[in-house]
Design a protein around this ligand. Structure first.
Ligand code: BG6
Length: 468
């Protein structure tokens, strides 16, 4: 691996940069992990000072108590190249700026609307920057299988796969990566992590807020494209994959691709789409939009480990709480023979990975209820990572560091992205109805029809009735 000697940020005056990337660059600088020049590129007539002011404002609104010295040093290494991405001279000026700094291995980050990815890729190649740079591509990577294949083709015309970094910021979350470590670093789990002991797996990504001013983007995308095909299928892959044969990036990504390839393409009868009441009044949303703000589905993985075990996935906006959880429910224990048959059966054990803001693991096991009878009572074995582990870095901070370092482990590979699109493509081809749902609940009631014998596990939200 070869650390980059410059960072080029296309979309430098855009939303993603303002909300996520400058705070991440600040955090990297504060940790001494950013000592290279940063060149922003944007359609803008700002000079460097105006751009630096923008960075200061972005950091002030996203970082608590930023250190002025770190901000000054970050700004001092930052400049802006303004220009239209369709204009070849923009790239010529970028190349001159990089050469003047004496750099030869830039990381070029495309934090821009996907429709511009091909234009910028070709623009970089025209001035020869494809030969020395690596390219980081934001999500969404395509709108369906065909467009993802096409985008991969455009990128591969100019960049080797080893120089392409496809962002899925869920892969940069410490809590999500912990799924891999928790599974493969704890011996007690492996013997039960299969169809003999697991009865179902659920992944819930719920957001209590709506589209929050992103209506025009969201209305062209919907929940399936926005978070299921990428973020949530990645979480499923980490829960379902076999142990990688080595710690390198390709071994890890090989195993994930095997999971996607053994998933059956989604069947319409296993999908429920919903739209929250009031979505049609959001700015930027078409008055007759049928785009889903909620999607639940049942995935089947045809492998020796998982055949017959449903993987339920649901994601939505305007729901009761903001949470991200993966819940593994074990099979029911047999009724204890020495217990009165009229008493309830012990509950199945549940292993709950809390992957969102208050991350940790909660296992629900059975203990004896005090009293004369041998009656069971569920109790929680709980760990909060905020209490037990040192502070964790934000996803974008880790991913920027990885890209600069040339570490692919937390980025999606070509075949991974395409095989995930293949799983969801039937729903894109034939989306079926979209059911209305009230804000503040758990989506449309129709969601229960995909469940079979199981029930939804509502996330444990601190402070709610469900909390510990
Ligand atoms: C983004 C989606 O990729 O992920 C958003 O476009 C979503 O719609 C967001 O809200 C959720 O990310 P996180 O890290 O807050 O779970």
């Amino acid at each position: 691996m070869n650390r980059s000697d410059a960072l080029v940020l296309f979309g430098a005056t855009g939303d993603l940069a303002r909300k996520k990337l400058f705070s991440s660059l600040y955090a990297l600088a504060a940790r001494g992990r950013l000592d290279v020049p940063v060149i922003g590129v944007a359609l803008s007539d700002w000079d460097d000072d105006r751009f630096r002011l923008h960075i200061r404002e972005a950091i002030a609104s996203t970082v608590t108590d930023p250190d002025d010295g770190v901000v000054d040093r970050l700004c001092a290494r930052t400049t802006l190249v303004g220009g239209d991405y369709a204009d070849p001279t923009t790239f010529e000026r970028l190349q001159v700026a990089l050469a003047a700094l004496g750099t030869s291995r830039a990381t070029v980050y495309l934090a821009i609307p996907p429709v511009l990815f091909p234009t910028v890729t070709v623009g970089l190649a025209r001035v020869g920057l494809h030969e020395t740079s690596r390219i980081v591509v934001e999500k969404p990577f395509g709108r369906d299988l065909a467009s993802a294949v096409e985008l991969n083709d455009v990128l591969h015309r100019h960049f080797a796969e080893s120089d392409i970094y496809r962002i899925d910021h869920y892969l940069g979350k410490e809590s999500v990566e912990d799924l891999l470590v928790f599974r493969f670093a704890n011996t007690f789990l492996e013997p039960i992590w299969n169809r003999n002991y697991v009865s179902s797996v659920q992944v819930t990504m719920s957001e209590a807020f709506g589209v929050e001013g992103r209506g025009s983007f969201y209305d062209g995308v919907g929940a399936l494209r926005d978070v299921v095909q990428n973020h949530l299928l990645q979480v499923v892959a980490l829960l379902a994959m076999e142990p990688p044969v080595s710690p390198d990036a390709d071994a890890l990504r090989d195993e994930k691709v095997k999971v996607f390839r053994s998933m059956r393409p989604l069947d319409a009868s296993a999908v429920v789409r919903g739209q929250y009441d009031g979505y049609l009044n959001e700015p930027g949303v078409a008055a007759n939009s049928l785009v889903e703000t909620f999607l639940a589905c049942r995935l089947e993985i045809d492998s020796w480990r998982w055949a017959g075990v449903p993987f339920y996935v649901r994601a939505g906006k305007g729901l009761a709480a903001t949470a991200l959880e993966a819940v593994v429910e074990l099979r029911e224990p047999p009724r204890m023979l020495f217990v009165d048959a009229s008493l309830p059966c012990p509950h199945p054990n549940v292993i709950r990975f809390r992957l969102g803001a208050s991350d940790g693991v909660t296992m629900t096991v059975e203990a004896k209820r005090p009293g004369r009878e041998l009656v069971t009572n569920p109790v929680h074995l709980n760990v909060d990572f905020a209490d037990s582990l040192s502070p964790r870095s934000e996803a974008y901070e880790r991913l920027l560091d990885d890209a600069l370092e040339g570490d692919h482990r937390r980025f999606a590979r070509e075949d991974g992205v395409e095989s995930a699109w293949r799983v969801v493509q039937p729903v894109l081809d034939d989306p079926g109805p979209v059911y209305p749902y009230a804000r503040g609940g758990w989506g449309p009631p129709e969601t229960d029809r995909i469940l079979g014998v199981h029930h939804w596990h509502e996330p444990l939200v601190p402070g709610s009735a469900q909390s510990l």
